[in-house]
Design a protein around this ligand. Structure first.
Ligand code: HEC
Ligand code: HEC
Length: 306
């Protein structure tokens, strides 16, 4: 197994490696031809540095040479046993993939019984289990924190998972379904249909729903437009619809921002929040079902704390 894309590079690399080793060997040999005859004194080479630092032509010490040769032998033995020369697999047949697979197998065997115990508990009781919480936290940091933040408090466009406000629902089964299958929130762009005046009016009506400062006349003008264009998803009273992930517009929690400008942008351009399915977040990692179960319990537990 190798990642080389052409037959040239493995040969090129092997050659450079071997030529360097042999070249070093030859060079060492050339430097050690001179021996001191009995009684012979090393000669002083012309230069003297730093006032009294002199350079003699003593032969290289044996122990040092021995060390150097042994590194060369080591290199050759190593290159014979392990992959290192181009495509050559090495006498031991070691591969990084094989080592990784062995480690994963060992980890699976180790955690299997622990995970099996967790799978027997329902999500609500698992959420109260400190050991499950600690593992869930690690899983969350690995697979989810890049979007939801390490404290799960989210960011613009990425929902806060620690509050009681849910786009899709906060009961254990819904949370698990969200993580397993993913979600796709589709808020259609309505800027063209409403026009810029119309958009501003509906935006002010939306502001009024949660008691935010707004222009009374604009909001009044937006009321009917909301009923005509928005109520189908956000409900006539603006409290949203979990089946679609259409947010409640009457509370103080905003996914994309509650300023007039942010709301106008949402209405005009639309929004399309994507929560990836477990197939993407967890991939085909080992013990996936148990991990989903633990993650659901962790997220459920976060929202039960306050
Ligand atoms: C690539 C970014 C991304 C990753 C990774 C991600 N999420 Fe999400 N998640 C989102 C977005 C965006 C949404 C909101 C979807 C929407 O707007 O409809 C969301 C929604 C959710 C919801 C629904 C919240 C609600 O209010 O109903 C839950 C629960 C959730 N994520 C949990 C997780 C968990 C657990 C993981 C880790 C396995 C994870 N997410 C990984 C982006 C991500
Ligand atoms: C087809 C259903 C649908 C319609 C029609 C619709 N919305 Fe939405 N709206 C959504 C969904 C789903 C989201 C969440 C998008 C996401 O998760 O990325 C959303 C998000 C929003 C948000 C962002 C809320 C936040 O917390 O940041 C606002 C504001 C909003 N809609 C207002 C409106 C208004 C006003 C209209 C009518 C002009 C409208 N929507 C029409 C489905 C709809």
């Amino acid at each position: 197994m190798s990642d080389f894309t052409s037959g040239f590079w493995p040969i090129y690399i092997s050659l450079i490696t071997l030529v360097s080793i042999v070249g070093t060997w030859i060079f060492l040999k050339m430097q050690t031809t001179r021996k001191l005859a009995p009684g012979e004194k090393p000669e002083l080479i012309e230069h003297t540095w730093d006032e009294d630092l002199q350079d003699l032509n003593n032969p290289l010490p044996r122990w040092w040479l021995g060390l150097f040769y042994s590194t060369l032998v080591f290199a050759l033995v190593y290159l014979a046993l392990w992959p290192g020369l181009g495509n050559y697999a090495g006498l031991l047949g070691w591969t990084s993939k094989g080592e990784y697979e062995a480690e994963v197998k060992a980890a699976e065997a180790k955690f299997q019984p622990v995970y099996a115990g967790f799978m027997k508990q329902d999500i609500a009781s698992l959420a109260a289990n400190p050991e499950a919480h600690a593992i869930g936290r690690n899983l969350f940091l690995t697979y989810c924190s890049q979007c939801h933040g390490s404290d799960a408090a989210g960011a613009a466009g990425f929902p806060n998972l620690t509050d009681h406000d849910w786009l899709y629902g906060g009961d254990p089964d819904t949370i698990k379904a969200t993580i397993t299958d993913g979600r796709n929130g589709v808020m259609p762009a309505m800027g063209e249909a409403l026009g810029s005046d119309g958009t501003k009016q509906v935006a002010n009506y939306v502001l009024s729903l949660s008691g935010r400062p707004h222009d009374l006349a604009l909001a009044e003008a937006g009321k009917q437009k909301f009923a005509d264009n928005c109520a189908a998803c956000h409900m006539p009273d603006g409290t949203g619809m979990a089946a679609l992930g259409a947010p409640n517009l009457t509370d103080k929690v905003w996914l994309y921002g509650g300023s007039e400008a942010a709301i106008i942008e949402t209405i005009a351009k639309g929004r399309n929040g994507v929560m990836p399915a477990a197939a993407q977040t967890l991939g085909t990692t080992s013990n996936r079902d148990a991990k989903l179960h633990l993650l659901a319990a962790y997220v459920y537990g976060l929202s039960q704390k306050q």
